[in-house]
Design a protein around this ligand. Sequence first.
Ligand code: UDP
Length: 322
Amino acid sequence: MRALITGGAGFIGSHLAERLVAEDHEVWVLDDLSTGAMSNIDPLMQGPNFHFSLGSVTDEALVGPMVDRVDVVFHFAAAVGVKLIVANPTRTIETNIRGSEVVLQAAARKGKLTVIASTSEVYGKGVRIPYAEDDDLLLGPTSKSRWGYACSKAIDEYLALAYAKERELPVLIVRFFNTVGPRQTGRYGMVVPTFVRQGLSGDDITVYGTGEQRRCFADVSDVLEALLRLVDTPSAFGQVFNIGSEQEISINDLAGLVREATGGRSQIIHAPYEEVYEEGFEDLQRRVPDLGKLEGAIGYKPSTPIETIVDRVIAHARDHGE
Ligand code: UDP
């Protein structure tokens, strides 16, 4: 297969690029390096089946010919990370909506299979656990930037489904839940790499809020296994799928786990949300995916335990001096 990965220098995109190249597919990456990094794809740069273009996914003149060249488009370029989203709401909304418009328009010209990377954030603050794909979305007020991000990704989904309906474009929409693995940066707020960096350097591990909020963390390689099985399943096209793990852990327990696994030198401290995000920031107490639809379609769901995921992140950080 020939694949274009927008945002391919980012965390999940670079793992996908690595895997596709290893399976002898030819990969083109388009990335503006706003949150991605060349270091994520450096090992791939010399390979004959890997091509990198520096540029924006909102640049139609650049995106059009790249889409024409491939069989499948993985549209992963988007603003990510709660911290970055709250700090840069304009860029977040514009990049997400405009980028998807450009990619879908180009893909529709020749009917190219397009995978839209969406997010569990679209469920907003839904209280019915677990979250199923057909649940109502429950977003907060427009005065809170977090929900602008959720809304922009929901628009991406509506748009992709509109192309599927009106233009018969094969699309796949995947809602990634908390995904973790080597090379993920803590710079934009993600909790596991942040705790690991703090634990390895013996700094305080900063738990926001009470720490009783819970999340389910999935290993990036499991997430990609699910994604690639979906791409091989034409009956899944035109639909939305959750991808994540169902195993919940509280942020307090995660902090304790990372503390022990990194040598036990750090203190665990609690910080109010207002200090790190914005006034009135709304966090979610629980977020659990319903994976029934995914499992029904592909006979697989991510299941690597959080202890193993944390060990892998620590091993990578140690090897790379992070
Ligand atoms: N969090 C934390 N300390 C940090 C970063 C995040 O306690 O240094 C918390 C955050 O408030 C949230 C959870 O960890 O409750 C997961 O945060 P992340 O940004 O990784 O993902 P989210 O699920 O919020 O999208």
